[in-house]
Design a protein around this ligand. Structure first.
Ligand code: HEM
Length: 258
């Protein structure tokens, strides 16, 4: 038996890291929250608490979460399983009886499956569901839809969108499964996602955050990535949180406690 631990909190940490490394993405998340009344008021008033409905109506934030779970799947490997019927994986046909250990990290970060996989690009999740951006139709989660869901342009908008779509069309395979898939998939997926979304809405609605310079920059953080059942950052992640005053406030008070 084996288990990862703190999967929800490590997922939140990776999203915070991605947002700290991409301030423009962080800002766009705040604008989305502001449009829903989930951002701290200009007068300093606290935002309202998010409801379950809110969590499903934040396509950009949910795309950010999907993209982070793609690049940094905290459960980087699923557990071992025995193949029960002849199964094709790329050029290989695996016969029944073979024990396999699926490497979700590789699936999510392979150029076979993703266009420029090392690029943090939430936009790829905002394409039409059947054009390649979602778990559906090539992305492939058993729930049949992307976590980001919601509003998507009906067709790819650019040549890079089409190229992304071509990565999953035709092979019918699955390329995104942070909660694994099939009989052994995560029992706590719905709860885990709700926790991650709620924590992010609450934090983003109140604080702007950036990487502690002591972390040495985003590349250094990625080099410190370790897999000890759970994918995490060696020594932890240090961020500076600045209380927000308004969506436009990029120069709030000096960073507070880490
Ligand atoms: C973001 C948070 C989470 C992620 C990314 C995650 C991911 C995963 C993954 C990849 C597996 C392995 C499945 C396999 O071997 O194929 C798994 C298994 C499991 N997870 Fe999660 N998990 C999360 C949160 C949770 C939570 C909150 C709970 C419970 C409250 C939970 C309960 C379980 C259980 C019971 C299994 C074992 C299922 C089985 O062996 O049948 N998970 N999870």
């Amino acid at each position: 038996m084996m288990a990862g631990f703190d999967t929800s909190s490590h997922s939140v940490a990776w999203v915070l890291f991605a947002l700290a490394a991409h301030p423009e993405v962080q800002r766009r998340c705040r604008l989305e929250l502001a449009a829903c009344g989930l951002l701290k008021g200009k007068d300093g008033s606290a935002p309202r608490d998010p409801t379950l409905e809110d969590l499903n109506q934040l396509p950009y934030l949910n795309a950010v979460i999907d993209e982070t779970m793609r690049m940094f799947p905290v459960a980087a490997t699923a557990s071992v399983r025995e193949v029960t019927q002849p199964t094709r994986v790329g050029d290989y046909l695996i016969p029944p009886g073979v024990i396999v250990w699926p490497m979700l990290y590789a699936l999510h970060n392979s150029t076979h499956n993703w266009l420029r996989p090392d690029e943090f690009n939430p936009e790829r999740w905002l394409m039409a569901a059947d054009e390649g951006g979602s778990h559906n139709g090539g992305g492939g989660n058993s729930d049949g839809g992307s976590h980001s869901g919601g509003s998507r342009p009906p067709t790819p908008q650019s040549s890079s969108d089409s190229a992304e779509a071509s990565k999953c069309s035709g092979n019918g395979g699955k390329r995104f499964m942070p909660f694994s898939d099939g009989m052994k998939s995560c029992l706590g997926q719905a709860l885990g996602l709700m926790e991650v979304r709620t924590m992010l809405v609450v934090l983003l609605g109140r604080y702007r955050f950036e990487l502690d310079p002591a972390m040495g920059g985003p590349e250094a953080v990625q080099r410190s990535m370790i897999m000890s059942l759970t994918l995490k950052i060696k020594g932890g992640l240090r961020l500076l949180f600045t209380p927000l005053c308004s969506p436009e406030d990029e120069d709030g008070p000096a960073p507070g406690n880490v």
